[in-house]
Design a protein around this ligand. Structure first.
Ligand SMILES: [Zn+2]
Length: 210
């Protein structure tokens, strides 16, 4: 069915929302939410549904907030001189993301390990880097790579490895409906500079996870 995009449910589309206009106009995402409900056959006037497009838009704003930030912003002043060459690992950082193929959630944990050269990053910054890249439309493989490359850009380590384990709603709720499968992706940079023993320690530090 053709839809008049300039007027929906008595409200008008506002492609450049301002606080003053917000109450009576729909953002693009609110309009998308309205269209999804309408296309499914919902009664848009039903009480439980009335504010759903607005809630959907607010939730999507949060879930895609990674687009409005940079690695430099989330790391800020959190880079320090390394006091030694020892392995640093942060395991099981929870994340929630949206699969770019279905716009459905995937979620899990990311674990990061690196051998510093001259710099280290504050441990609390690693979850913020994971959030930065997971709060976007993603594929798990790219998320894994982007976290590793962010570590390279922030601390220039001798080597870094990232392991991401996730469940995908697009697999669980539809199609193959594999309820209990998870997907593991790994990415590393700089392994050629490590000894065999160091490489083994790097990966084994990521394996001991929940
Ligand atoms: Zn998917």
């Amino acid at each position: 069915m053709a839809v008049d995009l300039t007027s929906l449910n008595g409200k008008t589309l506002n492609s450049n929302p301002t606080p003053a206009a917000g109450a009576q106009s729909l953002s693009m995402t609110e309009m998308a939410g309205t269209l999804i409900l309408r296309d499914a056959g919902e009664d848009l006037g039903r009480e439980g549904i009335l504010r759903t497009p607005a809630r959907f838009a607010k939730a999507m704003d949060h879930l895609t907030s990674g687009y409005t930030q940079t690695v430099e912003e989330v790391v800020g002043e959190g880079v320090f001189e390394a006091e030694g060459p020892g392995l640093v690992s942060v395991r099981n950082v929870e994340f929630y993301s949206l699969c770019e193929h279905h716009m459905l959630p995937f979620w899990g944990t990311a674990s990061v390990a690196y051998y510093p050269k001259k710099k280290i990053v504050g441990l609390s910054k690693i979850p913020r880097i994971v959030d930065l890249f997971s709060r976007r439309f993603q594929v798990q493989e790219r998320l894994t790579r982007e976290v590793a490359h962010a570590l390279v850009s922030v601390v220039d380590p001798r080597a870094v490895a990232v392991r991401v384990k996730a469940c995908h709603l697009c697999m669980m709720m539809r199609g193959v409906e594999k309820q209990n499968s998870d997907t593991v992706t790994e990415f590393s940079v700089g392994l050629e500079s490590l000894t065999e023993h160091e490489t083994q320690r790097l990966w084994s530090s990521l394996e001991n996870e929940r």
